[in-house]
Ligand binder design. Sequence first.
Ligand code: FUC
Length: 788
Amino acid sequence: MPDELTLWYEEPAVNWETQALPIGNGPLGAMVFGGVATERIQFNEKTLWTGGPGHDGYDFGDWRTPRPDAVAEVRRRIDREGRVPAEDVAAVLGQPKTGFGAYQTFGDLHLDFGAPGGAGGYRRELSLSEAVARVRYTAGGVTHTREYFAANPGNVIAGRVSADRGGAVSFTLRHTSPRDDKTVTAEGGRLTVRGRLADNGLVFEAQVQVIVAGGTRTDTGETITVTGADSAVFVLSAGTDYADTYPRYRGEDPHARVTAAVDAAAALGYDALRAAHVADHRALFDRVRLDLGQSAPESGPGKGETGGSAGLERGGPGRGPAGPVPTDRLLRGYTGGDGPDERAVEALMFAYGRYLLIACSRENDILPANLQGVWNASTSPPWSGDYHVNINLQMNYWPAGPANLHETAVPYDRFVRALVEPGRRTAREMYGARGWVVGNETNPFGFTGVHDWPTAFWFPEAAAWTARHLYDGYRFTGDLEYLRETAYPVIKGAAEFWLDFLHTDPRDGLLVVSPSYSPEHGDFSAGAAMSQQIVREVLESALAAAAALGVDEEFRAAAEAALGRLDPGIRIGSWGQLQEWKEDLDSRTDTHRHVSHLYALHPGDRIAAGTPEAEAAAVSLEARGDGGTGWSKAWKISFWARLLDGDRAHRMLAEQLRTSTLDNLWDTHPPFQIDGNFGATAGIAEMLVQSHRGEVHVLPALPAVWKDGSVSGLRARGDVTVDVSWRDGVAETITLRPGRTGPLTVRTSIANHCHLHDDDDREAAPRRAGDTLTWEGVAGRSYVISRW
Ligand code: FUC
């Protein structure tokens, strides 16, 4: 019986987006189809991108000719007219994209087995616990098994083909690609795919070594054929000559390191490779365990066939064959109601987000998870498979802190730091400001300027929003060295930009962002809510960081002065809503996917539950409704969790699972977009533990349907690890393990009827205030709060 953290299916995948299964090790990713006659493994290497330097006319998004008065001209018009259509502003400040590029597939590996003449007992699966994909079926009385994983140690994708009868393994391995800029050679059982992208001259190479046990292996031109083997193993690695170094973004030819990786893996052997991989993966994956009362789903009344993945509306009665339920049928039967199977879908979605983040973002990666993580089968993926920084990239990393995967954020930090140098040039040349800036979206080649799509070309607040994650990284770990060396320079640079680029609003003398554009929505104006909220946050974070480091007195004084005059960007409007713009313009019928004015509720922390502003946020959310893109629904889970409304947060989770989740549990925008997966995982963590307001709030938004359960290994800011078990919706035991010595405040509904013991079982006497307990925590010790 598979463990409950396994996705499984009874048919091979035919559709890449909705059915194939993702494996990855950070830089490398692959999609496994599980075909019987032919296996297809589509694979990626995260730096394989067109565009950038090498593409004629690439300009980093910076104006090709100076426009000294452009910003001032738009500001004057906004000051005069209040609102200016996006098209008009784009005509003055925008510029068509040149050489932005797109993330590329590396192509597909095919293993041609030939038609087996009827396969039975077919099953393909992905174990999240081991990060191993498997295919099994019986044909002609022989049981065939295939296994695949992507190992971060050694940077390879490996597969093994075996059978329960000797000599039964025969196939031809070949490579295909939608581009024709490559050569394929086969020698000594090694397939080498090498080429140079026509668009920008980027050199790429992949090698696949086939190792057989028994039988024969022959190289024929561009293919490798295995005949009559007992089993066969392949190991693949790939790379490009990309480097994240401005302005050329080129480094060493990949040949030597790809050869070394494949040689080492082949020498190590499959079992040792697999053991190292599973250990590496579990060291991250096993840190968190969630029990919502789920059980490995069994079929029964109400569970079964309703609707194809295309028509995404799901839930409701159906009858499936008896026995364990495959994941696609489980999802189709999901309603969000009561029952262990419902909980199984939710627990699986939580774990899947953690699995995917480990699989597409590792500490030894150059680039972070893009809009599709690391997985892409196209030469022109949606939105270029890029890095949108007006919600998407940020959402990708929301689980890293709370879901105990901070290492996965290392490539994110590296990417943001690499944007600083090109961003300084853009800030200077286009905005006349110090510091650094980046716009609405970027690529691996330092694209920090603008394009000309009116509703998505201007968002200089993105730099500050990306910087917030580094400050939050510090809040979760308390690591002062990280703050000094990695986070503070980025945060300070993003704050400095605003000290120079803020505008005095002639209406009230307050400092506002102008031109200000609430992401992808409405007209340009001055002082839109999100703009103000983000700028306040980056100034405050920079101030707090500088104080923690004891540096930059002058800068701190300037930041404090600006904060004193800054428009707050938080207003309650005529129908009780939170205003998206400085003027009261919000429409009750507006269901736009971006809910930018609630930034201060989440991911910001300025709006506290129970305040008039929080109530206004709820009014806005009700008006926006439960619809939207996958990521928009995921964001709404966190909004309702921050409003401490567990049932409402759960309703959003159920909505996302029922209407924005594909058979392979990938989030869909539509199309497939991975941010919603990460947003859902972060949202579930936000329902169980919150720590954004200086205390550890346990079970802040527990829905009634999660009556009994437990979670272990979640993280809270202040460097605390938290376990909690609950019964009938109330905490039973809460365990806290602080990584630093200092005051620890816990908010819990059992604060006034519980004991607190340390790990020597000595009773401690915390200070009680309302629903909070406060005591002096000691690093490395653990404290248990148990209900009496
Ligand atoms: C922003 C969003 C879109 C999409 C794109 C990748 O532009 O508004 O919905 O997610 O990013």
